[in-house]
Design a protein around this ligand. Structure first.
Ligand code: ZN
Length: 187
């Protein structure tokens, strides 16, 4: 798939009935400039078509539809995501956590896209303890618990200051939750 994830989101939003930039913005939560660029690309690729009409103030406005080719592409992408989900479940059932981690590193945003296209939902991910597969959420490096905005967070420098033995692979971009930090042995 040489399509960027955001391209698929916008195409998915149009295919799902998002006719205006405002609709697409609500579904994708991308910024307007980004959406406009992607719409132009999708239009050139003949995956969507734009029809000129009038907005509520009589201003010129475009309405978007997916072409047959666009709908087909969304359908294929959903099939692809369903297969990928089966692969993830297989890793989990086989207890191949290292392989799963590697696979997710190569396929960033896969689970985010599954959520977007409703292949999986958050409660299901929660039940399977797979919420950590969602890219971009800030999670404790060790236990993969969500670190909310107001949660206590501990960094590499906190570990150094207290003379604690850091978990293997912890970088300056990572944080630990209070429980994991408290459980670290002294160096
Ligand atoms: Zn933790």
């Amino acid at each position: 798939m040489n399509f960027q994830v955001d391209d698929m989101k916008v195409l998915g939003a149009v295919e799902g009935g998002g006719r205006t930039i405002k609709n697409i913005k609500e579904t994708t939560r991308l910024d307007k400039g980004e959406i406009e660029k992607i719409l132009e690309f999708l239009d050139q690729s003949k995956l969507i078509e734009a029809v000129e009409g009038k907005g509520i103030w009589g201003q010129r406005q475009y309405y978007f539809n997916a072409t047959n080719e666009g709908s087909q592409k969304v359908g294929e992408y959903i099939e692809y995501l369903k297969n990928e989900w089966k692969k993830i479940i297989q890793f989990v059932t086989d207890g191949q956590r290292v392989e799963l981690d590697d696979y997710m590193k190569e396929n960033k945003f896969l689970v985010n896209m599954m959520l977007f296209f409703k292949i999986v939902n958050l409660p299901a991910l929660g039940r399977l303890n797979l919420r950590f597969l969602i890219e971009g959420k800030h999670l404790c490096y060790k236990c993969k618990k969500d670190l909310g905005r107001f949660a206590l967070k501990f960094s590499v420098s906190d570990c150094r200051k207290r003379g604690l033995k850091m978990p293997k692979g912890l970088t300056t971009h990572d944080d630990l939750c209070a429980d994991c930090f408290d459980a670290l042995p002294v160096r």
